[in-house]
Design a protein around this ligand. Structure first.
Ligand SMILES: Nc1nc2c(ncn2[C@@H]2O[C@H](COP(=O)(O)OP(=O)(O)O)[C@@H](O)[C@H]2O)c(=O)[nH]1
Ligand SMILES: [Mg+2]
Ligand SMILES: [Zn+2]
Length: 298
């Protein structure tokens, strides 16, 4: 009997017990997980780096036999080994919902995933509006990018941000996510030919979370658009640590454990008054803080 060949790759999709593994230079294998994972109570996740045993090279079938240790594990969406998130909103049409954006930023801060913010439909924004948007997030340390996915403006910058990383993309519907992802995919197809073509198929029909291959070592997690986001596993005391621009001031508040909402001599509120913290961010913070406070009561 021929010796089984092992290969290593990355899970790009999982559907009812089948895992699709992208192997550089070989393509996509359809694999089943062996029983050892059930014994170990380990569920393979999209994004996992795995070893497969090839059962049928021609039909690209195999067994998933090992999972490498994860360096990160996101809950929403469920994906392993994500390096960063890219959140996309439109400059206008639909108007950006800053509170929804903050919810997303908070979730990512909580999970310690770096985030970049992209405002698409930049063609609908004036220079002043762009500066205002930057002003909200600069102090918090987020990189803000502007794109016009229809014309391809700013897409190169996004591309270099994504290179060599696995990125989860999120944003409300209608902001141009698909248009932008298609822009990025088109070049991937030109570079990688048939392999990307195979991943591309079914992309528009799948409702499952899936990693798209954009180029060497570069993957995008295409998630369904979100319209709301709830922060259930949060304590209200955790929230202030998810606003990076508060941290330089919080040591100077009069009270240890100051919530920055109602206390006197609050250095965060002082920074707000002096224009060093954005009122948009601060108001969202207060709103979310009270929401978490209410949620605890039931
Ligand atoms: N003006 C403008 N419209 C855009 C831009 N990108 C996408 N659109 C349009 O916005 C609508 C929603 O785009 P789509 O990619 O489906 O958004 P998704 O729901 O986030 O995937 C479509 O009519 C696009 O043609 C852009 O940069 N500028
Ligand atoms: Mg879409
Ligand atoms: Zn304070």
């Amino acid at each position: 009997m021929a010796q089984a060949i092992n290969k290593t790759g990355k899970i790009i999709k999982g559907i009812s017990g089948f895992y699709y593994i992208y192997v550089v230079g070989s393509g996509i294998y359809e694999c089943k997980a062996k029983g050892i994972f059930r014994q170990k109570k380990m569920k393979p996740l999209v994004g996992d780096h795995v070893t497969i045993e090839v059962l049928d090279e021609e039909n690209k079938l195999g067994n998933l036999v090992d999972i490498a240790p994860r360096f990160s594990e996101l809950i929403r969406p469920a994906v392993a080994n994500v390096d960063q998130a890219l959140v996309i909103f439109a400059g206008h049409d639909p108007e950006p919902n800053f509170q929804l954006l903050d919810r997303f930023l908070v979730m990512m801060e909580y999970q310690q995933i770096p985030v970049h913010i992209c405002f698409n439909k930049a063609d609908l924004l004036t220079k002043e509006e762009q500066d205002d948007l930057c002003g909200i997030y600069d102090a918090a340390g987020y990189q803000v990018l502007f794109t016009d996915a229809q014309k391809g403006t700013g897409v190169e910058e996004i591309r270099s941000l994504l290179a060599d990383k696995t990125t989860t993309v999120a944003g409300p519907s209608g902001v141009g996510k698909s248009t932008l992802v298609n822009c990025l995919m088109e070049d991937a197809v030109m570079e990688t030919g048939a392999i990307s073509e195979k991943i591309r198929r079914g992309r528009h029909t799948t409702r499952h979370s899936e990693l798209l291959y954009l180029g060497e070592n570069t993957f995008l997690m295409d998630t369904p658009g979100f319209s709301s986001m709830y922060l259930p596993e949060f304590e209200k005391e955790d929230l202030k640590n998810c606003y990076p621009e508060f941290l330089p001031y919080s040591g100077d508040c009069r009270f240890l454990g100051c919530s920055h909402t109602h206390e006197p001599d609050c250095a965060v509120k002082q920074a707000l008054e002096e224009g060093r913290i954005s009122p948009v961010r601060y108001e969202n913070y207060k709103y979310l803080y009270h929401e978490l406070e209410q949620a605890k009561k039931y």
